[in-house]
Design a protein around this ligand. Sequence first.
Ligand code: AMP
Length: 421
Amino acid sequence: MTFASLGLCSPLLLAVRELGYEAPTPVQRAAIPAILAGCDLWASAQTGSGKTAAFALPILELLSRAQAPHPRPVRALVVVPTRELAVQIGQAIERYARDLPEPPKTCVAVGGVSINPQMMALGGGADLVVGTPGRLLDLVEQNALDLASVQMLVLDEADRLLALGFADELSRLLALLPSERQCLLFSATFPPKVTRFAEQLLREPVRINVDAGAAPSADVLTQRVIEIDAGDRTRLLQHLLRTDAWPQLLVFVASRDGADEVTLQLARAGVSVAALHSHLTQAARTQALSDFKARRIQVLVATDLAARGLDIAQLPAVVNYDLPRSAMDYVHRIGRTGRAGDKGVAVSFVSAATAAHFRLIEKRHQLSLEREQVAGLTPKELTVPPRDVHGGVKGKRKSKKDKLREAAARAESSAGDGKKS
Ligand code: AMP
């Protein structure tokens, strides 16, 4: 199947050709005709599946088919959980739209930066707005944004939106939209809360499922596990940077302090590195991400704030310096590499204390990965012998420490969301 057979106009076909997309991905093949036909969409799409183009291309097609009214009312609204994702989607839309004779006016509305430029940008109206819920509501309250003419609504990463506690903001936003509208809901997972939400929102949706939640296949992504004492992890990281010669590397850590600490240690060792977490100012976050995307720095050390949705082209490697909390987070993290046909490697550091937790992650994904050790850095702490993961393994039932860690992670996520201004 080709893009041309999906019913897109030639300027959009030209843009995807210029971007080097040879054929539509599975989610694009299913979503684009359904959206062009005016259907609601219930899509569970794996991260890196090309879902942005799956909704952006048909929205641009539909917007460009109709004459833009004057003044421009907002006709399409994309709601996302994080500022970074909003900016990334805004940029993708601009790239897809650049050959259209009259590219729709697109505005990005996110918190963490001054509201005034966004109010100014919306001044003459806009065809398409991408934003985080809190800032969108702020703009409505300031009379800078009117959502009464929205014809197409996209909720991207719906599971994350609800997990971050955006349910109230979403209800308030939905109440501002006309009842006749097309709604497209994308989510990596469908826990009961998201399913209930989708059922209330969508009308006879076309359902698309492109294997959400599955670990990427082995021919695209190599998963490695290295046993290491916790105190030796930064040395191991330096060793891997030397031996594996990755041009770029995304390192995941569990906490903001951890991110700062690892960043400092790598910087002292002469590595070009930046941290990305929610305690940084929005300007510092944007700078770190754009430096990394432009390959001005080699290593980005991030908390899970960076684990979802972000698209970093041709990222060759990801390291789990700290293991993710859940098996699903593992998929989201390693999904940052091996995207859209590029090959990638994901390395997890496992210590005596985290060995059982990693076995649980493997079990959930039916993996059985070989353990590596690195000469000169072999673990000295006693490695917990493999145990039957059915019984008594830490992580089956949440300990008090686990609950505290989860609460901290939630606080981290919500501090990094689009609520703040
Ligand atoms: P997304 O899942 O939307 O974050 O997209 C992941 C990456 O895939 C982005 O870098 C897109 O530019 C790229 N991409 C999207 N569609 C295609 C396609 N049909 N062929 C090749 N790459 C694509």
